[in-house]
Write a protein that binds this ligand. Structure first.
Ligand code: ADP
Ligand code: MG
Length: 247
């Protein structure tokens, strides 16, 4: 296997139930280094649960999740350590409201990675610049627009040097005029070779950026392939009717 073919995320037979509700019914997914996978599908189809199982925010009820060669579903694995290579960005930003932007970016670097303050600040400033927010170090989250807060959340995740970034509908809570800046940052990350799994309703973004699109419905991946196939020429009736509703 060449390095360009290295598999970063490998999910096999993933199942997740909440009580008697089976939400994921056997999902298989491989993501190679540098690949961007977009996950689309109706509300309630299990997209967030799938993402949350990748970093074991939800504990799978069956199957295997391997990230960077470490099986996160192995009960003997140090899950906090394994999770450090996975960045996650949520719909609702989840910034620390009582910390300024710089401290939002440095706290986990210091506490989790053991970086000293100078090193953590250097990394933070570089990532703020990357997301177009140099100069906002001392702003509080509530002084920023939703789009700026989401870009801070992305910079915060990047500051942990992740091998893979998970995005759960990162633009769904934003006013329409702020969506483009966030998608622009994500597009730049993709261009730089970041491995990404992105749950999104932004079909144009998926078409332009995704190496692979998955359509989920009812706890299964119903259809997957290149965007021009899954979005452009869907084969399954359920994919077709979903796209007819969102496009
Ligand atoms: P999506 O992100 O595609 O909208 P989710 O993964 O959030 O779907 O949810 C899939 C199903 O799982 C929904 O029926 C939802 O109500 C249910 N679900 C999600 N999380 C929980 C939970 N913590 N407890 C119980 N049910 C849940
Ligand atoms: Mg969701």
């Amino acid at each position: 296997m060449t390095s360009t073919e290295e598999i970063v995320v490998e999910i096999t037979g993933l199942k997740k139930s909440f009580g008697s509700l089976e939400v994921l019914k056997g999902v298989d997914l491989q993501v190679k280094r540098g690949e961007v996978v977009c996950v689309i599908g109706p509300s309630g189809s299990g997209k967030s649960t799938l993402l949350r199982c990748v970093n074991v925010l939800e504990e799978p009820t069956g199957g295997k999740v391997v990230v960077d060669g470490v099986e996160l579903t192995d009960p003997d694995v140090d899950i906090d350590k394994a999770r450090r290579t996975i960045g996650m960005v949520f719909q609702s930003f989840n910034l620390f409201a009582h910390l300024n932007v710089l401290n939002n970016l440095t706290v986990a670097q210091r506490k989790v990675l053991g970086r000293d303050s100078a090193e953590a600040e250097k990394v933070a400033r570089a990532n703020l610049e990357k997301v177009g927010l140099a100069g906002r170090e001392h702003s509080m989250p509530n002084q920023l627009s939703g789009g700026q807060q989401q870009r801070v959340a992305i910079a915060r995740a990047l500051s942990m040097d992740p091998d893979v970034m998970l995005f759960d509908e990162p633009t769904s809570a934003l006013d329409p005029e702020l969506v483009g800046d966030v998608l622009g940052v994500m597009r730049q990350l993709a261009d730089e070779g970041m491995t990404m799994i992105v749950v999104t309703h932004e079909m144009q973004f998926a078409r332009e950026v995704a190496d692979k699109v998955l359509f989920m419905d009812g706890g299964y991946i119903v259809e997957e392939g290149p965007a021009e196939q899954v979005i452009g020429a869907p084969q399954h009736e359920r994919t077709q009717s979903f796209l007819a509703r969102v496009l």
